[in-house]
Ligand binder design. Structure first.
Ligand code: DGL
Length: 262
C-alpha cells in the first residue's frame, strides 16, 4: 500500500524527496493542490474544505498513511486527526522545538518563517507557549517565497531583493537558527545561506515529520527495495503531461542540490 503526501503545491515535494531517501521500499502518491495554491493567504475555512477533500481523495486511493506536508494546512485543521480516519494522518508544524533544542542553548534567538496563516494561527501560539518558555522566537511571514517557488524561481535577483528587504527588518546577529516553517521554503536554502550570517543554522521539519510517520506506521513500513517513481496528482487529476512531469523533476533536482545545506 502507498503513502499519500500532500501540500498546497510543490512545497511538499521536499518531504517526498527526503521520505524516498529514508523509507526505501515505500511507494508514494504526491498530491499538489495546484488549483488553490497559495493556501497561506486564503481564509481558514476555505483551506479546511480543501484539506478534507484531499484526504478523502487519498483515502479513496487506498493509502496506508497520509502526510500533510504543509504547515499551513496543518495549522488550520481544527480537530485532531488521531482516530478520526482509518489510516494514520501525520501533520507538520514549524520545527521551533528542534531549533531551540539544537541551537537555543546559549540564548540564541530563533527566527521562524512561515506563511501568514501559520504565523498568525492559534496552533503557532500554542506551540510557542509549550516549547518556548523564554520567548526566544520571532516570527516572519514570507508569502512571496511561495509564489517564487511555484514559478520555479529559486534564486533570481528578484528573490534575493525580496529576502534582503524582509530580513532587514530583524537584527540577524541575535539569531542562532532560522526555521523553514513552510515546505516551499526548502527550495531557497542556497540563497538563505548566502544572506544569513554563517552562525544562523537552517532548520526544517522534514526529518521530524518522517520520524513521526515511521512511529505511526510502526511495523507497517516496507522493509527493503527501492521506491518506484511516485504517482503525482494536481488537484485530483493525474499528472501525465510531459511538461508537468518535467517541472516536478526540476523541483526534485533543486531539492537534491540544496539537501545538505544547513
Ligand atoms: N507549503 C505550505 C506550508 O508548508 C504552504 C504554502 C502556501 O500554499 O501558502 O505551509
Amino acid at each position: 500500500m502507498k503513502i499519500g503526501i500532500f501540500d498546497s503545491g510543490i512545497g511538499g515535494l521536499s518531504v517526498l524527496h527526503q521520505a524516498m531517501k529514508e523509507l526505501p521500499g515505500e511507494q508514494f502518491i504526491y498530491y499538489a493542490d495546484e488549483e488553490h495554491v497559495p493556501y497561506g493567504e486564503k481564509p481558514r475555512a476555505e483551506i479546511e474544505v480543501f484539506v478534507a477533500e484531499i484526504i478523502g481523495f487519498l483515502l479513496a486511493q487506498d493509502v496506508k498513511a497520509i502526510v500533510i506536508a504543509c504547515n499551513t494546512a496543518t495549522s488550520v485543521a481544527t480537530k485532531e486527526f488521531r482516530g478520526r480516519f482509518p489510516v494514520p494522518i501525520v501533520g507538520m508544524e514549524p520545527a521551533v522545538k528542534k531549533a531551540l533544542d539544537l541551537y537555543g542553548g546559549s540564548g540564541g534567538r530563533v527566527l521562524a518563517a512561515a506563511t501568514k496563516i501559520t504565523v498568525t494561527g492559534g496552533k503557532m501560539r500554542h506551540l510557542l507557549e509549550c516549547v518556548d518558555k523564554q520567548h526566544l522566537t520571532d516570527l516572519i511571514a514570507l508569502p512571496g517565497l511561495v509564489r517564487f517557488a511555484e514559478n520555479g524561481d529559486f534564486g533570481s535577483e528578484a528573490v534575493e531583493k525580496y529576502l534582503r528587504a524582509e530580513l532587514a527588518k530583524f537584527d540577524l546577529s541575535l539569531y542562532s537558527s532560522f526555521v523553514l516553517g513552510c515546505t516551499h521554503f526548502n527550495f531557497f536554502k542556497e540563497i538563505l545561506r548566502k544572506l544569513l550570517p554563517a552562525e544562523v543554522r537552517l532548520v526544517d521539519g522534514n526529518e521530524g515529520t518522517i520520524n513521526q510517520l515511521r512511529r505511526r506506521l510502526n511495523c507497517g513500513l516496507g522493509s527493503q527495495g527501492v521506491s518506484r517513481e511516485p504517482e503525482y496528482y494536481f488537484s485530483g487529476r493525474k499528472v501525465a503531461d510531459g511538461a508537468q512531469l518535467e517541472r516536478i523533476r526540476a523541483c526534485l533536482q533543486q531539492l537534491e542540490k540544496v539537501f545538505v545545506i544547513e
